[in-house]
Design a protein around this ligand. Structure first.
Ligand code: NI
Length: 430
C-alpha cells in the first residue's frame, strides 16, 4: 500500500543537516524533515554490531522474493536463521507462516511481534547489488526489512537474561493479499494461544518519514479497505438505436460520476472516506452497445460505523443511479482488512521505550492516520498493541512503497531491530 503520513511536530531545520529530503515530496503540506541522527541506547549499540548479519539476512530475502501464500523458501530461510539463533520455530503443513518463541517459561507479559513476509508482482529497477533474481517479483513494500528487523530484535532479546516474559515472533505471510490475508489464518492456527498473547507490536517502513525516526499514533492509524465490483446490465445492440434498451455504458458513466456524492453527502465531513473507481470495462467497438459494463473500485474508511454506513449507502446509490436509466446492477461488495486501531495505553508505553532508546526527537506523533490498509489490524482486534512506522526516507531513496525503485537503506535495519527490542521490553515492564 502507499501512504504518506504528515507530522504533527514540524521538524527543526538545522544548519548541519542536508536540506529537505527528496522523500518529503510525498508528504502533503510541504512539511520537510531533515534526517534525524538518533541517540544510541543500549539496543542500538548492540544492533550496530549485528549489522553485517542483518545485511546478509536482508540481502538473502531481497534476492529471492515470493508472492503471498507462496513464501516457502522464505519460510525455510527464517527457520534456518532462527535455528542459528537458538530459537525454536513452529511451521505448518498448509500455511507458510513461522512462529518463533523466546523465553517460553518466563512469567511476565507475553508480547507478540509481527513481520510480514510476502513480496509484490513488480519488476525491480533499483540497481542494488542484491537485486531480485526473480523477474516480476520484488520486495517493493519493505517486507524483507521487516523480517530482518524482527530477526535482529529476536537476536537482541534472546541473549537477555532479564527478559520478563515470553516473546512470540510472528512471521506472517500474505499481507499484500488484501482480502483473506495471512493474519486471520495465523490466528486460527493458534498464533495468540499457548502462551496467550497480552500485547502485539508491528512496524512498517515509511519512506515519507526520515531515516532515523519512528512515527506513531494512538487510535486509528490505517484504514479499512473494502472493494466492490458492479456489473451494470443493459441491453446490447446497434449504437444507432440506443432507445431500444437500457444503455449499460451510460448507466456505468452515471454510477462512476455519482459515487463521489457518497463522500460529500453521506458521511460526516470530519470523518475521512475514500471511494475510488479503479477500473471500468465494457464494449468492443464504436458502434455496438454492450450488454454489460463492469466497474471495480475501493472504499476506505476509518471507523466501523462509517464502514457499515458506506456499504449501505453505496448499494442504495448504485441501484438508484442504474434504475434511473432502466438498467440493472449486480453488486459484489467485499470487506477487506478492518481499521488498524492502536491502543492508546500500549502506544504510550512503546513511545516512551523508543524515546528512551533513541531520544525524544526521533519519535514523532503522526498528525493523521493514512488510508492504506494492513491486516495487522486483525491482531489489534484481539489484544492491545501498536503499529509503528519506521522512517526510511533519505535524499538518495525518494521512491514510494510498491515502486520498482523502492530501496530502503541498510541503516534502517539497526534502528528497526533496536526499536522492536526496546518496545517489547517496555511493554513487558508495563
Ligand atoms: Ni507492506
Amino acid at each position: 500500500m502507499y501512504f504518506a503520513p504528515p507530522l504533527r511536530r514540524r521538524a527543526h531545520r538545522r544548519a548541519e543537516t542536508v536540506g529537505p529530503i527528496a522523500a518529503s515530496r510525498h508528504i502533503p503540506f510541504g512539511v520537510s524533515h531533515p534526517s534525524v541522527p538518533p541517540r544510541s541506547g543500549p539496543f542500538s549499540r548492540e544492533a550496530r554490531r549485528l549489522l553485517p548479519r542483518l545485511k546478509r539476512w536482508r540481502e538473502e530475502f531481497h534476492r529471492d522474493p515470493e508472492l503471498a501464500n507462496e513464501e516457502r523458501r522464505t519460510r525455510d530461510r527464517l527457520v534456518r536463521i532462527l535455528g542459528e539463533l537458538g530459537i525454536p520455530a513452529t511451521t505448518y503443513p498448509d500455511f507458510t507462516g513461522v512462529l518463533g518463541v523466546i523465553g517460553r517459561d518466563r512469567r511476565g507479559p507475553v508480547v507478540a511481534v509481527r513481520a510480514d513476509m510476502d513480496a509484490l508482482p513488480v519488476t525491480e529497477a533499483t540497481g542494488l547489488p542484491f537485486t531480485s533474481t526473480r523477474r516480476g517479483r520484488m520486495h517493493a513494500c519493505g517486507h524483507d526489512v521487516h523480517m530482518t528487523c524482527l530477526l535482529g530484535a529476536a537476536a537482541l532479546l534472546a541473549r537477555r537474561s532479564s527478559l520478563a516474559g515470553p516473546v512470540k515472533l510472528i512471521f506472517q505471510p500474505a499481507e499484500e493479499d488484501g482480502e483473506r490475508g495471512g493474519a486471520a489464518p495465523f490466528l486460527e492456527r493458534g498464533a495468540f494461544d499457548d502462551p496467550p498473547v497480552d500485547y502485539v507490536l508491528g512496524q512498517h517502513v515509511e519512506p515519507g518519514l526520515p531515516l532515523g525516526s519512528y512515527g506513531w499514533r494512538k487510535g486509528p492509524i490505517m484504514a479499512a479497505a473494502d472493494r466492490f465490483r458492479v456489473t451494470v446490465l443493459g441491453r446490447g445492440g446497434h449504437a444507432a438505436y440506443p432507445h431500444r434498451g437500457p444503455d449499460a455504458i451510460l448507466a456505468a458513466a452515471e454510477i462512476v460520476a455519482g459515487l463521489p456524492a457518497l463522500v460529500s453527502r453521506v458521511r460526516d465531513p470530519l470523518d475521512p472516506v475514500v471511494v475510488s473507481v479503479g477500473s471500468v470495462h465494457g464494449g468492443t467497438r464504436h458502434n455496438i452497445l454492450p450488454d454489460e459494463v463492469v466497474i471495480e473500485g475501493t472504499v476506505r474508511t476509518l471507523s466501523p460505523g462509517t464502514r457499515d454506513l458506506m456499504e449501505r449507502a453505496f448499494r442504495r446509490r448504485v441501484r438508484a443511479l442504474a434504475a434511473g436509466l432502466g438498467a440493472r446492477v449486480r453488486i459484489v461488495y467485499r470487506r477487506g482488512y478492518p481499521v488498524t486501531v492502536n491502543s492508546p495505553a500500549a502506544t504510550e508505553v512503546v513511545v516512551s521505550g523508543l524515546a528512551e532508546e533513541f531520544g525524544e526527537r526521533a519519535v514523532r506523533e503522526l498528525e493523521r492516520p493514512v488510508l492504506g490498509a494492513e491486516d495487522f489490524s486483525r491482531y489489534l482486534e484481539r489484544v492491545p498493541g501498536t503499529l509503528l512506522f519506521l522512517g526510511t526516507g533519505t535524499a538518495a531513496a525518494p521512491a514510494t512503497l510498491h515502486s520498482a525503485t523502492f530501496a530502503p537503506t541498510d541503516a534502517a535495519l539497526v534502528m528497526g531491530s533496536a526499536g522492536l527490542a526496546a518496545a517489547t521490553v517496555a511493554l513487558q515492564g508495563a
